[in-house]
Write a protein that binds this ligand. Structure first.
Ligand SMILES: N[C@@H](CCC[C@H](N)C(=O)O)C(=O)O
Length: 286
């Protein structure tokens, strides 16, 4: 089967975007191996995630957005991808609107393409109950810090203090002194596969620069460390505000670019802003 695709990125988090509206594709018939090959940087196009654009099967939303990590797993949410998504559907003429409602596996999000080409996304409210992440906290002695609970997660023989946040997808966030020297490659995979996270987890490492600025690295579930993670940025800022370390809005410096996060507190939506760029188009055999 031949597929037309667009290669895009948001702050260096890169995507293969596939239009499954104008192409007849049996998305559920594509195996994890085939997604992996498409995303492979040597044998395929190369991407952290593959994003599929579909018509919704319900009223009140404009599109259905499906997300596959480069290990072939389908996941609930992708923040940077949602910015690429709205840019793609506008540029391809799939909508006349610049603000759209999009169904993901974990709910409805609302990305808006601004006149300067940047995108702001209403990502919905964070879910803060550990059971919703999901995180198994049974028997762990969580310590309150501000409105947040810090959990002592044993990682590589050390008790790492983590916050757990769901942005539709699961995140474990820790504060580090310096992101450049944080042991992301070593501990990221251990946290991702930790037995306390039954659906695995994205592991975030946040350095607080000041109350309105963090530096962030994220080892992503199913993709390894990426140059930026949109939901990871939302989760880190939510955790930082709840711990009393940050005030909204917060600038997030990732290795691939800058994001901005706004959050007014519990029960409120998190807003993610940043770039979305088309790189090239092509056709691939899968
Ligand atoms: N890059 C993303 C998140 C993609 C999904 C994640 N790896 C997961 O498995 O939950 C973002 O920008 O949010």
């Amino acid at each position: 089967m031949k597929l037309k695709f667009t290669k895009m990125h948001g702050a260096g988090n890169d995507f293969v975007v596939i239009d499954a509206i104008n192409q007849q594709i049996d998305v559920d018939g594509i195996s994890a191996d085939q997604w992996q090959r498409l995303a492979d940087r040597r044998f395929g196009i190369g991407a952290d995630q593959i994003l599929v654009v579909e018509r919704p099967n319900e009223e009140g939303v404009d599109f259905r957005y499906r997300i596959f990590n480069n290990d072939g797993s389908e996941v609930e949410q992708c923040g940077n991808g949602s910015r690429a998504f709205v840019r793609f559907v506008v540029e391809k003429g799939l909508t006349q609107e610049r603000s759209i409602r999009v169904r993901t596996m974990s709910g409805i999000i609302n990305p808006r393409l601004e006149d300067d080409g940047s995108v702001t996304v209403d990502m919905g409210a964070p879910r803060l109950d550990p059971a919703e992440v999901p995180f198994d906290s049974a028997g762990l002695d969580g310590k309150p810090e501000g409105e947040e609970t810090l959990w002592p997660l044993p990682v590589g023989g050390e008790a790492t203090q983590i916050s757990v946040v769901s942005m539709g997808n699961p995140h474990a966030v820790q504060v580090v002194h310096n992101v450049d020297t944080a042991l992301v490659e070593q501990t990221g995979p251990l946290i991702e596969h930790h037995e306390r996270f039954p659906k695995r987890v994205n592991a975030g490492y946040m350095q607080v620069v000041d109350r309105g600025h963090i530096r962030l690295r994220v080892h992503e579930r199913g993709a390894g460390e990426t140059l930026a993670c949109g939901t990871g940025a939302c989760a880190a800022v939510v955790a930082g505000i709840r711990r009393g370390l940050l005030d909204s809005p917060v600038r997030v410096s990732a290795r691939g670019g800058e994001l901005s996060i706004t959050w007014a507190g519990a029960g409120q939506s998190v807003y993610l802003s940043g770039p979305a760029v088309s790189v090239f188009e092509g056709e691939v055999e899968i």
